[in-house]
Design a protein around this ligand. Sequence first.
Ligand code: SF4
Length: 350
Amino acid sequence: MPFHLDLSLMIMSNDEFVLVNIHVLHHLIAPNPILTLCTASVFLAWGRSAVQISRHSFETVRNSVLHYCQPKALKETRDFTICASVLYSHPSKLVMNSVIYGPVPSWRLGRSLGVDLLSTQGKTCNFNCVYCQLGKTANPVRERRVFIQTAELTQELKSVRGVAADYVTFSGMGEPTLASNLGQAIELARDILHLPVAVLTNSSLMSREDVCDDLARADVVVAKIDAHNHDLFKQVNRPVTGLLFRDVLKGIELFRSGFKGKLCLQIMFIEANKDFAREIAKVASSLSPDEIQLNTPLRPCAVKPLTRSQMDSIQKHFNNLGNVISAYQTARPKVTPLDSNETSRRRPKL
Ligand code: SF4
């Protein structure tokens, strides 16, 4: 008798809880012996899309399946063991997604090879910007932690040595400074790929010394600022409770005073903040950036982009602040991503 069985198990693997969803299709096909197909997806409780499972957790999964699956015929078939062995032997093919994506054509950084140090299933961020191309924040997080182990990142970086790119850019499924191993990851990326390193940050944690220390290892830091006061900050960026606009500003100021690399301010203009360009320009001026990047959401999202002429009018408030670039005026290079699925997950439209 054919049967389907879906299991959801919460198991302990080393020091992490792992949610395992297992779908078993057990089918008797005469005259062949029992054919059992088993697919397993392993999710961290945090929402990481897939992780390499350890031998310990593999054994736990296997034993759990064998314990719960009925009828007993399944226990006796070697096919399940074979399928599961494949899963263990080739985890990268079956259960892992890449931490690296792109290269993508960036109007600010040229050919940008992305590193997603979060790589979560949904967006992990302490903001929920109204214009976010990744949709609603799935994992609203305020504390830093390690999402991707350094060993895993090292392996992936080594596998893309020689890729033609202008920058390695830390960005992806949320706010990269939430990864507490960001500083170490920046050094690794530079050492392995011999490319300059950029970080795109929402600036929320720059008032923290450990975050500034991490960001200071990058060649370029692109810091977001979309408002001139807390009310507009809340309306546009919708931060988690407790994040204050004045602390964000202080953080950028503090970082600026010690940073030897290139500090860019990125400002996203939409309907909600377009009438405050003059005030935002004043704030930008006080932060002494090396470059100001005026943006509007040209990729699909919940709000409409401003028109070219609206952006031109906004730019007039910034022109006396030095090096200013705008999304409508800057060409993007042609690039082909290594893996279009991994890339479109983080960057819905190139
Ligand atoms: S900070 Fe970036 S990732 Fe976070 S919600 Fe805003 S646009 Fe999206």
